[in-house]
Design a protein around this ligand. Structure first.
Ligand code: AMP
Ligand code: MN
Ligand code: MN
Ligand code: MN
Length: 281
């Protein structure tokens, strides 16, 4: 079968990170949307995978265990997907636990910065949204601000408070690109650079990143994702072919009310690419 004919979604979040549905709810949603293959890729966490695997058992849909690792590369934060990882790998799970251990300290700093700027303390609400201090992210602060009527959408919260240069932005040191790719490889997974257009790099910087990524063992880049425009998709399709990367597709679904694309509904991967999922068919 032609891999382009499958409905594949290799990027989404459950409430094991900053998504709003449980891993089982995501599986059922994917099934309803006629997804053939999906990956659960929570931020710096594989804690939702056991539940997803249990729910996917016996279903036609193929579940690829995944993760989305936060990385510091120079002045930037990048996201690297680890697809088809072995969730029982201790090196990977310990590394994810260590990242989670830094999230609550960061959240306290974000909260302090917001309070210093005159906002009420949102730490308790954000923590309640997250459910677990190791999962707390900017998304949970955004939800807390919306529930307190400080802003009306996550987009507005990020733009005004949580991105670089704004009141609640706190520099954070995530693992290096090398560490992230090494952990993924040690867990028998495949490293995919998530939403490359989001980093707003010049073409020169982009090629330096792609070179680094490839030299460290990165295999594919996301071409069709919920956070790429049609022109981004075209641009990264040609970059993928030119630089010999396989291509991936994912909705980056987080929530029925917040996400632009539902599970399995991201733009299609252009037929001129080599889909990374052909390996798992
Ligand atoms: P964190 O891991 O705490 O830095 O949070 C990153 C998460 O925030 C991303 O995975 C997105 O879900 C969300 N996010 C980042 N930028 C934006 C934005 N501009 N609008 C809405 N959500 C965003
Ligand atoms: Mn997220
Ligand atoms: Mn991401
Ligand atoms: Mn994501």
């Amino acid at each position: 079968m032609n891999p382009h004919e499958l409905n594949v979604d290799l990027h989404m979040h459950s409430n094991a990170s900053d998504g709003q549905l449980s891993p089982s709810e995501l599986i059922l949603r994917a099934e309803k949307n006629d997804v053939d293959m999906m990956s659960l890729t929570d931020h710096d966490s594989i804690n939702g995978i056991a539940e997803a695997m249990e729910c996917a058992e016996g279903k036609k849909l193929l579940l690829i265990p995944g993760v989305e690792i936060s990385v510091t590369w120079g002045r930037l934060t990048l996201h690297v997907l680890g697809l088809n990882i072995d969730p029982r790998n201790n090196i990977l799970s310990n590394a994810m636990q260590e990242i989670q251990d830094t999230r609550f300290e960061r959240a306290k700093l974000i909260n302090q910065a917001l309070v210093a700027g005159g906002l009420p303390s949102l730490l308790d609400e954000a923590l309640e949204e997250a459910g677990d201090p190791g999962q707390i992210s900017r998304t949970h602060f955004a939800r807390a601000m919306i529930s307190k009527n400080i802003c009306s959408s996550t987009r507005e919260v990020f733009k005004n408070y949580l991105v670089s240069g704004k009141l609640g932005f706190v520099e954070h040191k995530w693992p290096s690109l090398k560490n992230a790719i090494d952990w993924i490889k040690m867990a028998d997974g495949l490293a995919v650079l998530a939403h490359p257009a989001r980093y707003e790099l010049s073409l020169t910087e982009l090629y330096i990143l792609l070179d680094d990524f490839s030299n460290l063992g990165g295999v594919a880049i996301e071409v069709a994702t919920g956070s790429h425009s049609h022109s981004d998709i075209k641009k990264f399709q040609s970059i993928a072919n030119q630089s010999k990367f396989e291509a991936s597709r994912g909705s980056d679904f987080h929530s029925p009310t917040e996400s632009r694309f539902d599970v399995g509904i991201a733009p299609a991967l252009p037929v001129e690419t080599v889909p990374v999922w052909a390996r798992w068919m």
